[in-house]
Design a protein around this ligand. Structure first.
Ligand SMILES: *Cc1c(COP(=O)(O)O)cnc(C)c1O
Length: 370
């Protein structure tokens, strides 16, 4: 008799909880017999990618017989110029998700501790478990990362600290001052990762300049992505910024062709179209302010957001609200998956999408609460 397959797997992978992605539009339309469904569940750019990125993607398709540039030379060069840094301080990944995994693979030994906030981005837990690290989750305070409690929890076993800023799913930020005090308390043998997937949406002047710590030579990795404001989530391109010695460690564990050629071309063209990015930010800021006004008028509380999504207290079962909204053709994320059963997370859409979201939310809450 052979042993059950679970006994052959590495024990740490059996603990991994499945990821629950936002339901795709086509799936909801198929299952519920709907048309005209809108998805406000995965923080995608409702304006889509830059038309220049789409043109570059089409052009790149003609050359897919060739392997991609393993070094992402042009993308790194242009990103470096955009950021005012040296290309040697960059690594490009198959989404920043891949970079999170590379960080754990390069630096995390079995049993070492990883700290992050809770609720926060679920990938931190995922990559920690794959490498059999020990995850320490520090509860948010007022739906915001609690950097003091995180610093208090550092031990000689701590290796990585993930700071999601703005935080997904709450949209809140830690400020320049909070990060400054925190960084004074972090020992040099601990790597701090600032996950700034929503960086380009931020409007608050208190937001920290995390690159400053890299320029100071600190063990800091900053992650950003083309998936959110650039509207290229389907291409899978993210990037990490750090000192060259850290980048070198990450490059060692990367697959040689981790970023495909179409993705490199699309990201390069998307980066060049900063007019598109500026417009996406404006639409988001206006949509955010509209939703704030409407939610306040409905007597609902929400976390102040610096991203393209809002975490809303619906004061009733968020799963039920999510299901009813889905039947009305609006996909949102229920808060129970983040440990907040009376919340929903909604992506800020176009003006029309936001108006439809509010209309449907009003209807559903009236049904449920009378
Ligand atoms: C969306 C998101 C990412 C993932 O980005 P990809 O580049 O698409 O892998 C990373 N971190 C946070 C906090 C996110 O919300």
């Amino acid at each position: 008799m052979s042993r059950p397959i679970n006994e052959l797997a590495r024990p740490s992978i059996l603990e991994i909880k499945p990821y629950f992605p936002g339901k795709p539009i086509e799936e909801v339309e198929r299952e519920l017999g709907l048309t005209d469904v809108i998805k406000l569940a995965s923080n995608e750019n409702p304006l889509g990618p830059s038309p220049q990125a789409v043109a570059a993607i089409k052009k790149a398709a003609e050359k897919v017989n060739f392997y991609p540039d393993s070094n992402c030379f042009y993308l790194k060069e242009n990103l470096a110029k955009h950021l005012g840094i040296d290309p040697g301080m960059l690594i490009i990944g198959n989404g920043s998700d891949e970079l999170l995994k590379l960080i754990a693979e390069a630096f995390l030994n079995e049993g070492e501790e990883v700290i992050c906030g809770n609720p926060s981005f679920s990938e931190y837990d995922f990559v920690t478990q794959i490498m059999a690290g020990k995850m320490i989750q520090i509860p948010l305070q007022n739906l915001t990362y609690d950097l003091r409690s995180i610093a208090d929890r550092i031990t000689p076993s701590t290796k990585l600290i993930f700071i999601c800023n703005p935080n997904n799913p709450t949209g809140t930020i830690v400020t320049y001052q909070e990060v400054e005090e925190f960084m004074k308390r972090v020992p040099d043998d601990v790597l701090v990762i600032f996950d700034e997937a929503y960086y380009e949406y931020v409007t608050d002047p208190e937001f920290p300049d995390s690159l400053k710590y890299i320029h100071q030579g600190r063990r800091v990795i900053v992650l950003r992505t083309f998936s959110k404001i650039y509207g290229l989530a389907g291409l899978r391109v993210g990037y990490g910024i750090a000192t060259p010695d850290i980048i070198d460690c990450l490059m060692r564990v990367r697959e040689p062709f981790n970023v495909n050629s179409i993705a490199q071309a699309g990201a390069l063209a998307g980066l060049a179209d900063q007019v598109w990015i500026k417009q996406a930010k404006e639409v988001n800021t206006q949509g955010r302010d509209y939703l704030y006004r409407e939610l306040t008028a409905m007597d609902l509380e929400y976390a102040p957001t610096q991203g393209n999504f809002i975490f809303i207290n619906v004061k009733t079962d968020g799963v039920e609200v999510g299901q009813r909204m889905m039947r009305a053709g609006v996909i949102v994320r229920p808060g129970n998956i983040f440990g907040y059963p009376e919340y929903i997370r909604v992506t800020i859409g176009t003006k029309e999408q936001n108006e439809r979201f509010i209309k449907v939310l009003r209807q559903v809450l009236t049904e449920l609460k009378g």
